[in-house]
Write a protein that binds this ligand. Structure first.
Ligand code: IPE
Ligand code: IPE
Ligand code: MG
Length: 240
């Protein structure tokens, strides 16, 4: 689809959901769904960045997902380490700067090493920003920011009277623009602790499609829906 005449979002965020159900309904094990979801994420992000959308966030593992079986958790963790070369190639080919948002606690040395390598190798790219939320929670992000703020106030590095939304944003895991379009696949209609601060005025879109099947065509539909939304941000357009 031609995006050149459309009012496109600056920041698109995905809650990658339905991998497990995609697999189960095909008689496969859940891990197959995660693998397919991962392959689709690469294809989809390359497409979205090619449309001049600058920021993509993707929620891949929540702080709460540790409640899942050890087998499922370790499969998801291993995806990152086993596919490291492939992820790096993908970022270089598409000139993507990738980084991770979330807590480092509970992640293995190997996973942390893979994350650092991806961040170090891709930080030279400036135009396509891929924020990967991994061991991420919206509550923990706000708590972690608050702790850093309190520390800076105590150290005398921050005057509490100057604290506003822009400064608060800088204390989050990443200093990103607000989310414009938030897509959660699989039909679930909730945030599940995803980017609570950044989603304050996002337009929400909840397709029924499971993430492994959410392709370019599905994304085009999401963008067309987005262009129809009237984003008022609390104001009123008195002309209409
Ligand atoms: C999303 O798919 C990936 C993660 C949350 C890790 P799910 O694994 O949640 O898939 P469903 O919701 O069980 O189908
Ligand atoms: C949210 O999906 C977390 C991620 C997509 C990483 P879940 O599948 O874990 O969320 P719930 O349990 O359905 O709310
Ligand atoms: Mg789910």
């Amino acid at each position: 689809m031609d995006y050149s005449k459309l009012k496109i979002p600056t920041h698109v965020a995905f809650i990658v959901d339905g991998n497990g159900r995609w697999a189960t309904e095909k008689g496969k094990i859940r891990s197959e769904g995660h693998k397919q979801g991962f392959l689709n994420l690469k294809k989809l992000t390359a497409y979205i960045f090619s449309k001049n959308i600058k920021y993509i966030s993707a929620y891949l593992f929540s702080t709460e997902n540790f409640k899942r079986s050890e087998k499922e958790v370790s499969f998801i963790m291993n995806l990152l380490t086993n596919q490291l070369k492939d992820i790096l190639n993908f970022c270089h080919e598409n000139q993507i700067k990738a980084f991770f948002s979330g807590r480092k606690e509970n992640l293995s040395k190997n996973v942390l090493k893979a994350m650092k390598e991806i961040e170090d190798e891709t930080k030279k790219y400036k135009n396509r920003i891929f924020n990967i939320c991994f061991n991420y929670g919206g509550h923990t992000e706000i708590i972690d920011a608050t702790k850093k703020i309190v520390k800076d106030v105590q150290n005398g590095n921050l005057d509490i009277n100057t604290l506003d939304e822009n400064i608060f944003n800088k204390y989050l895991y990443q200093d990103l623009p607000p989310v414009d379009l938030m897509i959660r696949t699989s039909g679930e209609q909730r945030l599940s602790n995803f980017m609570l601060w950044q989603n304050s005025y996002a337009e929400f879109y909840f397709p029924k499609t499971y993430f492994p099947d959410f392709d370019e065509n599905e994304f085009d539909k999401a963008i067309l829906e987005y262009t129809k939304r009237d984003r008022r941000f609390g104001g009123i357009d008195y002309e209409n």
